[in-house]
Design a binder for this molecule. Structure first.
Ligand SMILES: NC(=O)NCCC[C@H](N)C(=O)O
Length: 307
């Protein structure tokens, strides 16, 4: 059974169905159909998490599954057991795993392969696919469509940026400008593949290192914290490199029709000014709530054929 490791693995139509279902979950009240009844999921977070871990745990429980949570110090991985053997054990005793690391996506593929169980990538170094679903669903809910939207992304070209680019590249007529600090940009191969995909769907993906000269009629200004999980900044004065990538009221005034989004956690005063994050144009808190809707939609999709 396929898990949810990368947005690249999922058929576009199915992906859009997951995005639509995420919106639907938040719109409905009442008990969810117990589609995961009798299932046991492992929730293994090697890195900190507030939203994603809570969203998937809550979603799994509300869908009728039981969960076993593992923190960073819990597994024999810490005493030298291999990922391969760990995956085998998970596969022998669990029906699925939700996993966050700051390591390569290949680690999760290895666990999925050796265990023969579906694994959800709740964030790896290259990609944060469940965030991408959440972000597209938040845009769909707010604007009524994702096709044709223009998004200005401000900040490091990290796992969140990669997922945002990938999911938006499955829609038509979108424009995404990534304004990233020099030395902290998008992976060149990823940008190349986004450009290529965009050419076939009337979309544009552009990277600039100069926010002041970014040209886009943005519907959304999106930012992310300066310190990406599990990464080290090579220079001591990295804050100087990031300082121009601060979304304040002046930045928002340049795009008077745009809403503000943030994957959170926020560091007010660094990447965003409090008045923007907490202001009228911010949909970041609706976006955070959508993590739950998207977790339900992703789990339902993974177990769609099981009984
Ligand atoms: N919404 C989230 O999952 N937030 C957690 C941190 C995401 C951020 N891209 C990071 O790597 O630190």
């Amino acid at each position: 059974m396929a898990g949810f490791l990368s947005l690249d693995d999922v058929d576009t139509e199915e992906l859009h169905g997951i995005v639509e279902r995420s919106v639907d979950v938040l719109a409905r009240e009442g008990r969810l159909e117990q589609k995961l009844s009798g299932k046991v999921l492992g929730i293994y977070f090697a890195k900190t998490s507030t939203r994603t871990r809570t969203a998937f745990t809550s979603a799994a429980l509300r869908l009728g599954a039981s969960v076993i949570p593992y923190g960073p110090g819990d597994l024999q991985l810490n005493t030298g057991e291999s990922l391969h053997d760990t995956g085998r054990m998970f596969g022998a005793m669990l029906d699925g795993l939700v996993m966050r690391t700051a390591g390569p996506l290949e680690e999760m593929r290895l666990v999925a392969r050796s265990g023969g169980l579906p694994v959800v990538n709740a964030m790896a170094a290259q990609e944060h696919p469940t965030q991408g679903v959440c972000d597209a669903a938040t845009m769909l809910r707010h604007f009524g469509q994702v096709d044709g939207l223009s998004v200005l992304y401000v900040g490091e070209g990290n796992n969140t940026a990669a997922a945002l680019g990938k999911i938006l590249s499955t829609y038509r007529g979108v424009t995404v400008v990534f304004a990233t600090p020099k030395g902290y940009g998008l992976d060149a191969a990823l940008l190349g593949s986004l450009e290529e995909k965009g050419a076939a769907s009337a979309s544009r993906f552009i990277e600039t290192h100069d926010l002041d000269s970014a040209e886009i009629a943005a519907d959304v200004v999106y930012t992310t914290r300066w310190q990406t999980t599990g990464t080290a900044k090579p220079s001591a004065d990295w804050r100087e490199d990031f300082r121009p990538f601060h979304v304040d009221d002046e930045v928002m005034a340049r795009w008077p029709d745009a809403v503000f989004m943030h994957d959170l956690p926020a560091h007010r005063g660094d990447e965003v000014k409090g008045s923007v994050l907490d202001g009228d144009r911010s949909i970041a808190w609706e976006q955070a709530r959508m993590k739950y809707g998207s977790a339900v939609a992703i789990l339902e999709w993974i177990y769609r054929d099981s009984r």
